[in-house]
Design a protein around this ligand. Structure first.
Ligand SMILES: Cc1ncc(COP(=O)(O)O)c(C=O)c1O
Length: 388
């Protein structure tokens, strides 16, 4: 059995989530039906909504269940943009970042290429954090023409935590709606939608121990993003289609447990990560911790191993029974340089030499030790395998 240290990509199904799913699958009834069995599934759905709302500091009416992070980001970005442009055709600037997940960058760029959006990217400090002065000047420059700002709460590659309240404060000068992809934040750092100042926030279930294929878009009551799908008007008319109460129940159970364990896990995984980083730097002194000095999530360690290539490192580590990732998108089986590291100013060769180790509920000191032993063995081989 290999050691799994890729919890940011997806994490093990929690027993409570499996149980909630299995129990809910025994129910029969469309939550929109008026008969008793329909009312029973509606009750289950609304209890689940309540749990997810409590877990992220939102009002229950703000939770729109959906299929996960990619859908949530697409919906928030396109829906808010379309709503703003409908009211003012000149309000078409989108502020985002080059270090966002593709589930944000791609819809933003699609709007740029197909719907006349003007896309501008904020600058980053050397440690990967958003340069708030750069954001301030973009907001001042484009003012009322900014349709929305979309900036993630925790970066899924580097673990960098953004100061979301500071971002929404800057946006408030021109009443600009702010969306945040909180997929890598939810369950890993405390988040509170109500006090964040956000208009919309994306959550994904499988990152907190629910099955793949469920998530939620949190949408402030005041916001009316245009829907991506039209139909029966379920979920505040923002996500038509028969509501998936079994997956919602499973997501809610996982979210509740993740939040209950949050403080303990942050301390436990943070200590493991510190040990891991110190040991990596001792074993490979040329390694770079990519967002050193930034405020980072406890479960995430991201390195550059200069002179290697990510795909060689991942392959060799996998052969030693260690599952990690580079953090960058893998297209057609070929790893490109990390767009996140390129966006932070790393060189092409550095951005092609990264390894991400992400810890989770099942991670132990022994897992970390297995990784370190494997790293010491594979690093010299990966250096040799890289063409000069
Ligand atoms: C930061 C971030 N946003 C969005 C997504 C996409 O989420 P989903 O897999 O639920 O579509 C991911 C998944 O890797 C992610 O890490």
């Amino acid at each position: 059995m290999s050691v799994f240290l890729d919890h940011a990509s997806t994490t093990a199904l929690r027993s409570c989530a499996k149980e909630a799913l299995s129990d809910a699958l025994d129910f029969v009834g469309n939550p929109s039906s008026v008969h008793s069995q329909g009312r029973a599934t509606r009750e289950l759905l609304e209890e689940s909504r309540d749990k997810v709302a409590k877990a992220c500091g939102a009002n229950r009416s703000e939770i729109i269940f959906n299929s996960g992070g990619t859908e949530g980001n697409n919906h928030a970005i396109k829906g808010i943009f379309w709503d703003r442009v409908k009211k003012d055709p000149d309000c078409k600037v989108i502020i985002s970042s080059r270090t966002e997940h593709h589930a944000v960058i791609d819809p933003v760029q699609w709007l740029g290429g197909n719907q006349n959006a003007e896309v501008v990217f904020v600058e980053h400090l050397a440690n990967g954090m958003i340069d708030l002065n750069s954001l301030r000047s973009l907001v001042k420059k484009h003012g009322q023409r900014v349709a929305l700002i979309s900036l993630m709460w925790v970066n899924n590659e580097t673990g960098v935590i953004s100061d979301i309240p500071a971002i929404t404060e800057i946006a408030s000068e021109f009443d600009i709606p702010v969306h945040s992809d909180a997929v890598a934040a939810f369950g890993h750092i405390p988040i509170d939608f109500q006090s964040s100042g956000l208009t919309a926030m994306t959550l994904s279930g499988h990152k907190v121990g629910a099955p793949i294929g469920v998530g939620a878009l949190v949408v402030a009551r005041s916001a009316k993003p245009i829907s991506l799908v039209h139909g029966g008007g379920q979920e505040r008319s923002l996500r038509s289609g028969t509501m998936n109460y079994p997956l919602a129940a499973s997501f809610a159970a996982a979210a509740k447990e993740a939040i209950a364990e949050l403080d303990h896990e942050v301390a436990r995984l943070g200590a493991l990560k510190d040990q891991l980083e110190a040991a990596v730097m001792e074993a490979v002194p040329s390694a770079i911790i990519t967002a050193q000095g930034a405020n980072r999530a406890a479960y995430n360690a991201h390195f550059v191993f200069p002179g290697t290539q990510s795909d060689a490192m991942l392959f060799l580590l996998d052969q030693k029974g260690v599952c990690v990732s580079a953090g960058s998108a893998c297209q057609a089986g070929v790893l490109g340089p990390s767009h996140v590291l390129l966006g932070m100013g790393f060189s092409h060769s550095e951005a092609s030499a990264c390894v991400r180790v992400t810890l989770g509920k099942t991670s132990t000191l022994q897992d970390v030790q297995v990784f370190l032993t494997a790293l010491e063995q594979v690093h010299p081989v990966a250096l040799q395998a890289t063409p000069a």
